[in-house]
Design a protein around this ligand. Structure first.
Ligand code: HGY
Ligand code: MN
Ligand code: MN
Length: 417
């Protein structure tokens, strides 16, 4: 039986892995991972390397006013909306080599492989590097894709400040990646994102491919607690207005709320600022962000209300001021069933073990899904570890998911004989 066009195509695993290792040299961490935070000089260097690879593959670059990079491979029908394939090159301060980067470089590898085999498609293909997916330096996460989907205004995004008080808008200009395209003007036929799972399920179930049907919803609640600066030695306990104590009680409570909503809920705190942060001064101000997530929308709302309600009681008891700002939020996402089906079919056609999975982490695909049919593909990661410099995957896992991406993208972009 004659194979259908592209049937036996596979990506070049060695070339994909080499690209991942070359990108990992830019913005190295201190323990084998990466610190290539958004809009830093390292990010700018990674962008230039990615641009050079894309241009060598015949792609033309467009950049929008949030700094997102769109690298286009033409289709045979200039009227046809493109298939977008991407993720993010920015990393956490102690990030791994694969979170986001795998999806961007696998998208490039899909194009490189199609070039090698002379495959033409009706729809153009646009390899995409979304700016500031992590939200580590400038909250919230998925900021550029959020502006693209009309969730945030450009002004709000530009005003976001990093811990040193530098704004997104200033830093984007400083690194020279302020593009000229209005954000969100591009229309998508479909959007695919390939990403490491960042959790333990696929490895534990011994599956090569995650067919991502949904992504859990999220709140980032930034608490600003106001206590009274005082001497930690000479201030009697009864006289203290202790914002640090209030924070610790709230953190315990967040843990309890997440545990009482098992299965399928998480809650925790990753970032805390004490002011003046001096060993022998009780903090006058404590700022920390609570991160809660669950695939169940009603449960997410209940958790948020419970946490905000209990936090104000804690602060009242301690005489501590309490302000809360919702700095990030998205409802649980259902990905496009047609595209999800193509991912599943591609895994089956390629003889890869697979299972349906809900994404625990947030991704740019969550906002892309607001404006176009979108879905994701996942590969396992060792020990389910991510947002840690020891994040690890195998070349085989990386390549298997990229092969599924290749076939699902070709199916959607429609091969032209
Ligand atoms: O927070 C997240 O889920 C993603 O890593 N930005
Ligand atoms: Mn990511
Ligand atoms: Mn991440």
């Amino acid at each position: 039986m004659v194979a259908a066009p592209g049937e036996n195509m596979r990506i070049d695993a060695d070339r994909l892995w080499d690209s991942l290792m070359d990108m990992a040299k830019i913005g190295p961490g201190i323990a084998g991972g990466n610190n290539r935070q958004t809009l830093t000089d390292a990010d700018a260097e990674g962008r230039r390397l990615f641009q050079s690879w894309c241009e060598a593959a015949g792609l033309t670059m467009g950049v929008d006013k949030m700094g997102t990079m769109f690298m286009t491979r033409p289709g045979t029908d200039p009227e046809a909306l493109p298939v977008y394939v991407g993720s993010h090159l920015d990393t956490q301060p102690t990030g791994g080599k694969y979170d986001g980067v795998l999806g961007v470089l696998a998208a490039l590898e899909v194009v490189r492989s199609m070039n090698d085999l002379g495959v033409k498609t009706k729809h153009p293909i646009v390899v995409t590097n979304w700016a500031n997916e992590e939200g580590a330096r400038f909250a919230p996460a998925m900021l550029a894709s959020g502006v693209f989907a009309g969730i945030h205004t450009l002004e709000h995004a530009y005003s976001r400040k990093d811990p040193d008080g530098k704004s997104y808008g200033e830093e984007l200009k400083r690194i020279g990646w302020l593009g000229d395209e209005d954000v969100g003007q591009r229309k998508m036929h479909a959007y695919f994102e390939y990403h490491i799972e960042q959790g333990p399920i696929l490895e534990a179930e011994n599956r090569q491919i995650g067919v991502v049907t949904h992504c859990q919803g999220l709140y980032w609640l930034e608490f600003t607690l106001t206590g009274r600066e005082a001497h930690t030695g000479s201030t009697p306990m009864a006289m203290r207005v202790n914002a640090g104590l209030a924070m610790s009680r709230i953190m315990e409570m967040v843990q309890a709320v997440a545990m009482e909503n098992q299965p399928g809920a998480v809650g925790g705190v990753g970032q805390v600022f004490f002011s003046p942060n001096s060993r022998n001064v009780l903090p006058g101000k404590v700022v920390f962000t609570v991160d809660i997530r669950t695939p169940d929308k009603a449960k997410l709302e209940r958790m948020r209300e419970k946490i905000q309600g209990e936090a104000s009681k804690v602060c009242e008891q301690l005489g501590v001021g309490c302000d809360v700002e919702q700095v990030g939020h998205f409802d649980p996402v259902t990905f496009d069933p047609v595209l999800v089906g193509r991912v599943r079919e591609a895994a089956e056609k390629l003889g890869l073990s697979h299972m349906d999975i809900i994404s625990g982490a947030g991704h740019d695909a969550c906002w892309a899904a607001k404006v176009a049919p979108a879905t994701m593909i996942m590969c396992p990661c060792v020990g389910g570890l991510s947002h840690n410099e020891a994040e690890e995957i195998s070349k085989e896992w990386a390549a298997a998911g990229a092969d599924v991406l290749l076939h699902a993208v070709m199916e959607t972009a429609q091969i032209v004989e």
